[in-house]
Design a binder for this molecule. Sequence first.
Ligand code: C5P
Length: 286
Amino acid sequence: MELSANAKINLTLDILRRREDGYHDLQMVMQSVTLADALTLTPAQGEEGCAASNLHFLPTGGKNLTQMAAAAFRAAAGAGGEVDVSIQKHIPVCAGLAGGSADAAAVLRAMNALTGAGLSLARLAEIGARVGSDVPFCVLGGAALAEGRGERLTPLPGLPLCHIVICKPPFSVSTPQLFSRVNVRKIVRRPDTAGVIAALNAGDLTGVARRMYNVFEDVLDRRRYGEIASIKAALIDCGALGASMSGSGPSVFGLFPRLEDAQAAQERLLGSYRDVFLCAPAEKNV
Ligand code: C5P
């Protein structure tokens, strides 16, 4: 079975509080995008399933998120066998784009279809929450407000037609480390989450773009912050209505009403960066 696993961007990311269990309560408006990994699922050749990809450093056994998703599905649905997963990665890893979560979510949906288990997307999202905080959103796709750890989802109208340029600078940021640097009481700048939701409901691209923000941008060290800021400036300079960092970074994206401007931005950033993608908002899964 062939599957496509869409990346996501954060139109907003706000941290509300640190919880007793070490996680944080978040408020994020997420949007899935057409940048996607391609997966192939086949019955396992050996006794246990494995995951192969074009990136040699990804785990191939039970620690691969796709195998964790398959195991979570089997345990919850009481159906399905071991599967081999072949992954063509197009979504950069450790980039704030939920690449691993997208692959896990695609496997959950595929196993549901292959076994005829008939679980609802909401139930699959629940199962996905055990694999990773962004998996529930990736199961649903489209646009949603994610709260709690990221598992409480309220679907929203997706972004109006636009072009999205995503640029990942060549450093990675450890998500737990970034969370540990946040002092929730000292966050000064926050995204206008309610404003972004109202703008999505009104189909107002400019209104969304002007209100986007990610509180993680404030806790980056000087050098990294400088690089994120310069990518944002380049995107805006080329005609983006707004630009922000996605997730725990370091990917930065800009929203463009005009395709020619988005293409020019991609070309300009490709002069300095390898991972620069031009994509569009993706529809929710059915
Ligand atoms: O759930 P996931 O494995 O994606 O989370 C990675 C890490 O990010 C967690 O171990 C935790 O340190 C941090 N995290 C958090 N609050 C969240 C989501 C993630 O503190 N809501």
